[in-house]
Structure formats: C-alpha cells, structure tokens
Ligand binder design. Structure first.
Ligand code: ACK
Length: 986
C-alpha cells in the first residue's frame, strides 16, 4: 500500500520558483527545469517512481519525480536519466533539489519508511535505449535530506526544499547515465542539474586565456599560457592557473601594447593622428613633439616639419630641430705672435644644445686674384673644427698678410640640412695696430679709493666700437704690475684704489676688426678724507640699502647654516644609531650576549632598505609555482620549488601580494619578510628571500608539509602519544625563547600560526600582527574586526596594549591547551566579551581530556594575572625537557586526581546520555560503538564498571583514545553517583 495519493496531491499544488543561477564557470550538461518537452526518463519497475509534469507561472514545465511506497517493505524503485553527453568534463557535479517526508509524521510506517535515497551513475559511450541493469551502476552517495517535512508543513503548504550537490569523476566515457534508487522513502525529486566547472575564457594583463577544464585532482592547478591581444606583445610569459573550482588564480607575466598602440579597456588601440608611441609598453600615446606631425593612425614616430630634422641619437620625444644661425660679433686681438678670435653665439641655436663652431681660414694676398685656403702653416688652439667655446687662438701667421676667417656654427642636425650654411666672416690684416680710437681722457671725480673717468669717442670710426679696455697702475710702481678693466661706454669708475695716490691710465677701443692702439698715458690722483665728505652724502642710500639687504642675507645665511648644520648633525647621529643598531645585530651584542637583537623595520626611513638588508632578492626564473595552498592576508599562498645554482631544488611556500595593492600594503606585506629575515632558528620559519623587482611581489619561505598546527591536530585527533605532544610544545617554546632573547614580541602566538613539517617539527610563523596593532589602534579594540586575538591574548595586552614576552607566555599557555585538546577552540563558543569577563573573574581553561597534571599546571602558570609571575620561555623549555627525560611524570592525568566530589554539587553538570551511541558521539569516539555493543556493553550502567584494560580488550588500541574514553567513564561514574543520590535512574 502507498500513501502516494495524498502526497501526490500536494505536488499538484507545488509551484516551485527556480532561479536560474548558473555561474559563468559552470557548463550545464543537463537541467530538468529547462527541458520544455517530455524528459523521457525511465522507471523500473514501471509503478515505482511517478513522473509528473506541472507548469509554473511562466508556463514552463516542472518535471517532478515522486515516489512514496512507505508502507511496503523491501522497496527497490529505480529512476534512470537519459544518456548525458560528457563534453569536455572530467569531473561533473550533480545538483539535486528534492523534498522528503519525515517518517515520524506518517502513522504506522515504522520499519518500512525510509528517509534517504541513493544516487548512482554509469559511464557509457552511447545511449542504451531502455536497457537497464542496476548492477552496472556505481553508487555515488546516499542522499539524506537536511530538512524533511511533516503533515503539519503540508497543511501550512510549507515545503522544505533540499539541495544536495555531489561530485562524480573522473569520467572517461563519452557520456553517462544517472540513476536514483528509492528504498522506501517519500520523495519528490523536483530538479536535477548536471554541470561541470571550467575556468572561463578571460582577459588578464592584455592576454586572453581560453576556456580551461580544471584537473580532477582538486589540489593541483592547470597552468595556462595566455595569448597577447591584437597589437600587443609579451613581456614575461603571461600565465594564469586554473583552480579546481573554475577560478583563475596567480596571474603572472603580462603583455604590453606594441609600438603605435596604447591600452584602452583591455585592448590595444592605435594612436590617433598627431600622437605617436615609439616603444612597446604600458604607456600612453604621446602628442607629437614641437615641429613634428603624424597624419596616420598607429604612428610609431612623428615626422619633422620642413626645415627641421631629427639626429640619429635624438629620442622620438624630442622636438625636431634645425641648424643654427651664424655666430655674431666676431672680434679679434692680435699681437706679434698670436691672433685671438672671439665671437658671440648665434641668435638661433636651432633648438639644440650641441652647438660647435668650425673656423675656416682663407688668405687673400695682394698678388692673388682670388682667395685660397690657408695652408697648414697656421696653428689653431685648441683646434679649427668642433670648437665648443666661442673663441680660438691662431698662431704662426704671416706678417703683413690679409686673412679671412669664416666662422660657422653647427649642431647635431647641420649635416642633415641641404641648405648652404651661413657663416660669419672677418678679414684681418696682420699689420698691427691702427689709430687709437680714444680721444682726450678726463677725470670726472675722485674719492679716497675711486676715480671716475670719461673720454671722447673717435669722430667717425670705420667699425663700431665693441668696448674699451682700461689699463692702469700706480705711477710709483709702474714696473711691478698693472690692472685692467673693461667698459662698453666711454666712461668708467675704478674702485679699490689707494687714497692720495697717482695712477697712470691707458685706454684702447675694440672693434670687430680688433683692438686699436692705446691712447696716450693719462695720470690722475685719488682723493683724501676730505674729498669723501661730499661723495658720502650721495652714497648713504646705497649703504643703507646694502646693509638692510646684508642683514637679510645674514639672517638667511644663519638659518641656512643652522638648518644644514642640524641636518648634518641629525644625519650623522642617525647614521651612527643605524650603524650601531646594525653592528649590534651583526655582532650579537643585544640584551643577551651572543644573540642578535631584533631591529624593528619601522625604524628604517625607507622600508625597502630594510627588506634588502634582511632578505635576499630572488630572480623569478628560479621559482616554479605549483599550486595554491591557501589564502593569505595579502594574496594567495602557493607551494612550489626554488632553484639555487649549485644546490638542490627545494620545496618552498610562496606568499604573493595580489595586484592592485597600494604602496602601504606592499610595505606591510614586505615587513613580514624584514622581520623573518632576521631570524635563524630551527623552530622559526626560514625566509628564503623576496621578489620585489618584478610582479607579483612574493615572499618565499621554507615549505612545511603539514600546514598549520591547528588544522593538523584536528585532522589527527587522538593520534599522538603524550610524549609526541610534549615534543611539539618543546619545539614551539624553543622558537619563542629565541624570539624573546632577540627582543621580539610576537603578539599573535596561536596554533594557527605554527607550521608543521613532515618530521613533525613545529615552527613559529606569521610575523604580521605586530604591524596591525601598531598601525591601527582601533584594531585592538574592535570585537567585530577580530584583529586582536582575544582568546590568545593576555589581559594586560587586551586592556592597555602591554605586549611583552610575558604576554607571549600567556599565549603560549593557550597554545599548550590547543595542542593537548587536538585543536579545540579555546573557550569553545563563548563570546570574546565573555572570555574577557571570565578571565577577569579568575576563570581559567580546564585541563583537556587526557592531559597530564604537569602540563595543566604549566598552562595555569602561564595564565597568572600578574605578568611577572609567569614563567620565562627559558624556564618553559627546561621544564618540558625535564618532562621528556622523565616520561613517568606525565602519567598522572588531571582526571586521575580529581577524585570523588565532596558534595554532589561539585560535579559539573554534564549532559545525561541515554545511549552508548550518544555518549560516544559526544566525546567524538563514535567509531567504537560496535566494539562496545559486540562486547556486551549495551547500557551506560555497564560502561561505568569498565577499566582501562576492558577498554583495551574491546579493541580500542590507540592510547589517546583509551585515555579519552576512560576519563569520560570516570565522569559518567560521578554523574551516576549524583543521580543515584538524588534518587533518579539512568
Ligand atoms: O593550514 P594550511 O594548510 O597551512 O593553510 C594555510 C595557508 O597556507 C594560508 O596561510 C599554508 N601555509 C602558509 N605557509 C606555509 C608554509 N611555509 N608551508 C606550507 N604551508 C604553508 C597554511
């Protein structure tokens, strides 16, 4: 008999809303909610499952399969899907949505009614039509409902839809069937969706990555090489890794836009006319520089305007330039042996700085019809060509000759221009001198130290006067020395003279053709004190102005010296303290002789300097990333291999800094390396090096095969001997002793921050929290952000941030508790606030089950309120060493000494178990249910009589498990006593 009629009616009313939520990384092979016609699935026997097709509100069919033969024993009803083509999938996911009726809500069905059904599959290369043999099918799983519904739910029309997803694979055949076996449940299978995951086609760093099917083995990644987008080229091979869930991970390398193209929204587009890009890279197209243009799209270079040029070595970003104009104002000075030519630079340098001059000499003798090039008899100092200064000295010329000098200016593009080069020319007769172009010289005034002179210009000089040279000397010391000065005007004031002294003056003019002869000698005398009185009147203003200016200058200079002096002092002091620090670190003169002192990287003005001081830069070509092993605070954590020339390749863990970081995050990320790089101890994670010069930025550390200690312990619950656990604790304490000796306070010591290698060696890691607390004062006090690890932190550190090695010792006590309880969460589900309050009230974590008294005593010692009473890490290490040397000291367990309570009220309020099965489940020993039952221990009463020997005899072989069971039996015994005293029965 079935209860199907009423049940099916319910489904006639069922209107299920499906939200089509296929993600981009899922490829759907089958979705019953999107099949419009008949599904055509087969049922065996024919009256087992019922197919019902309903229409939803949008008039789309809902294909539902129901079965509800709950009153009849031995049900075996099969429902088989159509053949499903596998496509590229290697592993598929089957998502089932179904409702399931609670057997307890159907009267009189106990024994026959079931609450599960089974999911099977069979691979095949083709469809088999109606042929069906259940034995050919492989079971995927038993499917149970998270929520079953009752008669009452039916009344309320609340249907509890369950969604279950199962993985199937690897599948190698072309396709497969799914089958559903009912063994007497009341089920409505509302939808079946079969899909596989892929990393979808994507663009990253200007490269495209094709659709990629992840590996069946969910822990390894598929390395995919990207192809650069159009008009882009490779810079470091672009790579992505396809993860098991269809996510792309760890972007490496990149492409960049080629010349003439720039990036816009992930594509490379051509530079517009008027713009150019000369190099491949992630730079924008630039505007054509001055005097250049581009007419076409995608220009690599701009063309120069007419008359402008670009020299070979000119960068494309430089303006086009032209040859310079000729030099100006050529003048000469000649004496018996040398001819000095001098000129002014051209008015137009052509826009360049590489200006030089060439001097060409032509000789036009009286007997010669035309000029000819001077022979090699002339010497030019420094040289005739490529002069960088606007002057040259000519030696060895012939007397009484006419020389014409052509001076040409040239620059880097002169050679490129086909225009004739303009020159400045001067003709010089080597007949020296000429009329003095200076007329009568007169003294305008004289003071004690100066004389003002003026003179008349020659009436009509054939060439313009460039300037005058005034030569003077004390009359009395004519033979000893003379001074000279220049003036562009026919007047001069000469200062710095002696008072009441006669001076001799000669003056000559300079024209483009050279110097004229000197004027005759003129003698003038400087004045005495009296002569200055009048002049002083006129000079007061000048002096006042000068002195005000002088004072200002004095102030500025004083400030300058003060500041620079300070800076010098500061820099020296800083260098001294940095050096001292470094020396301390290097020589090991820290607080503990022979042990280096930790240097806070924040004391470096430039954090990059700190990284490079303490960490080696690794070339990325030496690193091979193999797979992603987790997510760190700043990016993925991967495992891989590190090659070092001349050494064996070693396994490493690689922490990456994900792209898009800001400078602050980069600094914080690398700070951990600057800290870790200072340590060298077998119980501290070893830094191999950093990658900072290419992307992504990485920290490379030794690989720890067993990952973090908390999850490792949870995975191996009860598997270790007490001595092994003490060995783990000893390692951690030794690492912490090293850190505290170096003066480093960890602040986040917890089992999750200890890593375990394949030899069970534990190493302290994660040197990041000090940063979080330091930089973000709020983080210490937020309960939501969880930045401060309340459960692991000493009360004084929580209350007023007093972090010290003593607060690390408190955390160490918590780690001990985590280890002895195989990764239990300290203070279980208590809220952070309750933890703080209960610690304040004196509450401390009780000993974990099976914990030796000595170890719980040590924990309590670490949790002393007064921090100076807590043990030092050196005490902890030697205490644990003693325990290891004396294993018998670990035999007394906390449970053994608890004894019987003085009054029943002292017994903790343990839950009352009603079955062996409940009790074993509560202590996570459910796997031994059958051992107890088979040995005749069927009631809790009987269990309370068991000894450790009995427990061993029934087949509990692991010592940790024996201890856990026996200690729980002792508690049961106490409960029983208590209950009996109260007059209850278990
Ligand atoms: O518990 P786990 O397996 O161990 O997952 C985390 C994950 O990376 C994110 O931190 C693991 N991990 C971190 N450093 C290392 C390492 N040096 N060796 C192996 N696994 C590591 C950690």
């Amino acid at each position: 008999m079935t209860v199907g009629v009423g049940f099916c009616l319910v489904f006639l009313f069922l209107k299920v809303q499906f939200s089509a939520s296929t993600q981009s990384n899922q490829v759907v092979l089958l979705d019953t909610t999107s099949v419009l016609g008949e599904l055509g699935w087969k049922t065996y026997p024919i009256n087992g499952w019922d197919a019902i097709t309903e229409m939803d509100e949008q008039n789309r069919p809902i294909h539902t399969f129901q079965v509800c033969h709950v009153m009849e024993p031995n049900q075996n009803n099969w429902l088989r899907s159509n053949w499903i083509f596998r496509e590229a999938a290697q592993k598929v996911y089957v998502e089932l949505r179904f409702t399931l009726r609670d057997c307890n809500s159907i009267p009189w069905v106990s024994g026959t009614c079931k609450e599960t059904f089974n999911l099977f599959y069979m691979e095949s290369d083709e469809a088999h039509g109606i042929k069906f043999k259940s034995s050919q099918y492989t079971k995927i799983d038993t499917i149970a409902a998270d929520e079953s519904f009752t008669q009452m739910d039916l009344g309320d029309r609340i249907l509890k839809l369950n969604t279950e997803v199962r993985e199937v694979g690897p599948i190698t055949g072309k396709g497969f069937y799914l089958a559903f076996q009912d063994i007497g449940a009341c089920i409505a299978l509302v939808s079946v969706r079969v899909y596989y995951k892929k990393c979808p086609f994507t663009f990253r760093n200007l490269a495209t990555f094709p659709d990629t099917i992840p590996r069946v083995d969910s822990s390894s990644l598929v390395e995919v090489r990207g192809a650069c987008v159009k008009n882009a080229e490779e810079r470091d091979t672009p790579k992505l890794y396809c993860g098991a869930d269809g996510d792309w991970l760890v972007p490496l390398g990149r492409c960049v836009c080629s010349v003439g193209y720039e990036e816009l929204d992930g594509a490379c587009i051509a530079c517009r006319p008027g713009f150019y890009k000369a190099f491949a890279g992630n730079i924008k197209c630039a505007k054509c520089p001055p005097h250049s243009y581009s007419y076409d799209d995608g220009s690599q270079l701009c063309y120069c305007e007419k008359g402008y040029f670009r020299a070979d070595k000119d960068p494309p970003s430089m303006a086009c330039t032209r040859p310079p104009s000729p030099p100006r104002n050529v003048v000469f000075n000649i004496n018996e042996t040398s001819l000095f030519l001098e000129w002014s630079p051209p008015s137009d340098t052509g826009g360049r700085k590489d200006l030089t001059y060439n001097v060409l000499c032509k000789r036009c003798g009286p007997g010669l019809q035309q000029c000819e090039l001077c022979g090699g008899e002339l010497r030019f100092v420094p040289r005739p060509q490529g002069l960088t200064n606007a002057s040259v000295t000519v030696l060895d010329f012939t007397a009484h000759a006419n020389y014409t000098f052509e001076i040409e200016s040239q620059n880097g593009v002169s050679e490129l221009s086909s225009f004739p080069r303009p020159v400045a020319a001067i003709t010089i007769s080597t007949d020296q001198g000429g009329p003095s172009l200076v007329g009568m010289v007169q003294k305008d005034w004289a003071s004690q130290n100066s004389i003002a002179l003026s003179w008349k210009e020659a009436e009509q000089p054939s060439l313009p006067v460039v300037d005058y040279e005034i030569k003077y000397y004390e009359k009395e010391h004519e033979q000893l020395s003379y001074s000279s000065t220049r003036s562009k005007m026919p007047s001069v004031i000469i200062a710095g003279l002696k008072s009441s002294t006669v001076y001799v003056f000669h003056i000559r003019a300079r024209t483009p053709a050279g110097y004229s002869s000197y004027s005759p000698k003129f003698e003038f005398e400087t004045g005495d004190e009296a002569s200055d009185m009048a002049a002083d009147q006129g000079q007061v203003l000048v002096i006042v102005t000068a002195s005000v200016g002088g004072f200002t200058l004095l102030v500025i200079l004083t400030l300058f010296f003060l500041i620079t002096g300070r800076c010098q002092w500061y820099i020296k002091a800083k260098m001294k303290s940095d050096d001292k620090r470094r020396a301390q670190y290097q020589n090991g003169h820290g607080p503990f002789p022979g042990i280096k002192t930790y240097i806070d990287p924040d004391t470096y003005e430039d954090p990059t300097q700190a990284v490079h001081e303490f960490a080696k830069e690794i070339d990325t070509s030496r690193i091979r990333i193999e797979r992603v092993i987790g997510a760190g605070e700043f990016g993925e954590v991967c495992s891989g291999r590190l090659r070092t020339p001349g050494k064996k390749e070693i396994p490493v863990a690689i922490k990456t800094l994900k792209g898009g970081y800001v400078e602050r995050q980069r600094k914080d990320f690398l700070k951990e390396a600057s800290i870790m790089g200072q340590f060298d101890h077998p119980n501290i994670i070893r830094l191999e090096g950093v990658v900072t010069k290419s992307r992504p930025v990485m920290i490379v550390v030794e690989y720890m095969e067993n990952g973090s200690l908390d999850s490792f312990l949870r995975k191996h619950d009860g598997h270790f001997t007490v001595i092994q656990l003490v060995g783990i604790l000893r390692g951690i304490a030794s690492g912490m002793k090293y850190l505290s000796d170096m003066g480093y306070v960890h602040r986040d010591l917890a089992a999750r921050n200890i890593l375990v290698n394949s030899n069970l060696v534990c190493k302290v890691s994660d040197f990041g929290l000090s940063r979080v607390l330091e930089d973000d004062p709020d983080a210490a006090y937020t309960t939501t952000g969880g930045k401060i690890p309340i459960r692991w932190t000493a009360p004084e550190a929580i209350a007023y941030r007093k972090f010290s090695s003593a607060s690390d010792a408190w955390s160490y006590g918590i780690v001990m508790w985590e280890v002895m309880s195989y990764g239990e969460r300290p203070y279980w589900e208590m809220s952070n606030q309750d933890v703080i309050l209960s610690i304040e009230e004196g509450y401390r974590l009780p000993a974990p089950m099976g914990c030796p008294v000595a170890l719980h005593q040590l924990m309590l010692h670490c949790w002393q309120k007064e921090r100076s009473h807590r043990p030092k890490f050196t005490d902890i290490v030697s205490f644990l060493d003693k325990l290891i040397r004396n294993p018998s000291s670990l035999l007394t367990l906390v449970e053994d000494i608890q004894g019987l309570p003085e009054s029943p009220g002292d017994v903790p309020d343990y839950p009352m178990f009603i079955s062996i099965s409940d009790w074993l489940d509560s202590i996570k020993m459910g796997q031994y249910k059958n051992n107890f039952l088979a040995a005749g221990f069927t009631t809790l009463d009987s269990v309370t009589t068991m000894s450790i020997e009995d427990v061993r005899q029934i087949g509990v072989t692991l010592i940790g498990h024996q201890r856990r069971i026996v200690s729980s039996i002792q508690t049961l015994r106490l409960q029983l006593l208590q209950v009996q005293e109260k007059g209850f029965h278990v």
